[in-house]
Design a protein. Structure first.
Length: 348
């Protein structure tokens, strides 16, 4: 029996079909004898009625820059709605779900409104729910309480960090981050269809990819996982598979650390406020010299500007949004494909 934290993002909650898959994942884990705790994000994205941006837009109708306390309290409503909806859905399906907020789960944080950092979780409160007839706590992600008991939020993508903080407090065996892709890819699979999905990624590499814009995991959650030693699996809500394991270097898992030529870790990008893109090729620590040279060669025809970084094993190019897809494809073609060794041929 294992204790597993299952975090479900907005796309896993967005509609009835997605929520059906969510229930199946919870049931599957429980049928294997595991104790299960859920962490949920707000449902959907801007335009969906309970998405975080939709809720914040209600405030911006009156004030383009509402104060931090009000914004965080409003933003936290999306996760509270999700916890109530999912707990009720689970009960309807015969699984005893119990909604929990940052207050009832005892999730504490320090830092500014909109970007607070978790400082602790009251494991007793969650274990009490787990022990009450094998209930499944459904905990709000993204929100915590500061020292004055104000609701604060943990930054965009902060539900991942909530899940890892809860996992660390409960000493969980795994934190499963469920999303709409089957793991961590070396490039955005929506842009590069043949991008390789990795079986294993060390904490530091995952943090660097996330810092440079890979949206599959919140960067702070990778840091917190490394500090606490929690193993993360990034998996798909909509298909089976083990996904990508994120853990310490040398973890005895048997997974292949498939980085490809030049120890290429992956490609990430960030959209700047002026509409341009920062596209970053990330290489393994201490292994980036040859890879950076190859990336510079691949980017040369695009006449793009190289940005200065304090990371010698990564290289960033700034380009227009229009040039981004072709630049990304050219970089991935030069750096990304993994060529498997041929199978040995039998003789005679």
């Amino acid at each position: 029996m294992a204790l597993i934290i299952q975090k479900f993002g907005g796309t896993s909650l967005a509609d009835a079909k997605a929520r059906k898959h969510l229930v199946a994942k919870v049931r599957q884990a429980r049928d294997l004898g595991n104790l299960t705790v859920l962490v949920v994000s707000a449902m959907g994205r801007r335009g969906a009625p309970y998405a975080t941006d939709t809720l914040l837009d209600l405030l911006r109708d009156f004030d383009p820059k509402p104060d931090g306390m009000t914004s965080d309290l409003m933003a936290s409503c999306g996760e509270t709605i999700s916890a109530c909806v999912i707990a009720t859905l689970l009960r309807k399906e015969g699984i005893p779900g119990v909604p929990m907020t940052a207050y009832t789960a005892g999730i504490k944080a320090d830092g500014p409104f909109g970007d607070a950092v978790p400082t602790g979780v009251d494991a007793r409160a969650i274990f009490d729910r787990l022990g009450a007839g094998g209930a499944v706590p459904v905990i709000t992600g993204f929100q915590a309480l500061d020292r004055a008991n104000n609701i604060v939020t943990l930054g965009r993508g902060g539900s991942d960090t909530t899940a890892v903080a809860v996992g660390a407090a409960l000493k969980a065996d795994f934190v499963d981050i469920f999303t709409d892709v089957p793991g961590v890819a070396k490039a955005d699979p929506r842009l590069i269809e043949d991008a390789d999905f990795m079986e294993f990624l060390d904490y530091g590499s995952m943090f660097r990819l996330a810092k440079y814009g890979a949206r599959v995991l919140h960067d702070r959650s990778a840091q917190l996982a490394e500090q606490s030693g929690i193993l993360i699996r990034v998996r798909s809500t909509f298909s089976d598979g083990e996904g990508t394991l994120i853990g310490p270097e040398g973890v005895p898992h048997g997974a292949l650390k498939r980085r490809g030529p030049c120890d290429f870790v992956g490609l990430a990008s960030l959209l700047d406020r002026d509409g341009s893109r920062a596209v970053t090729a990330v290489f393994a620590n201490g292994k980036g010299k040859d890879g950076v040279a190859q990336a510079l060669h691949a980017a040369h025809p695009f006449n793009v500007m190289r940005a200065l970084l304090d990371d010698p094993d990564a290289v960033t190019f700034r380009c227009s949004q229009e040039a981004y897809p072709e630049l990304a494809r050219a970089l991935y073609a030069a750096l990304g494909p993994v060529h498997s060794a041929p199978e040995p041929q039998s003789i005679g």
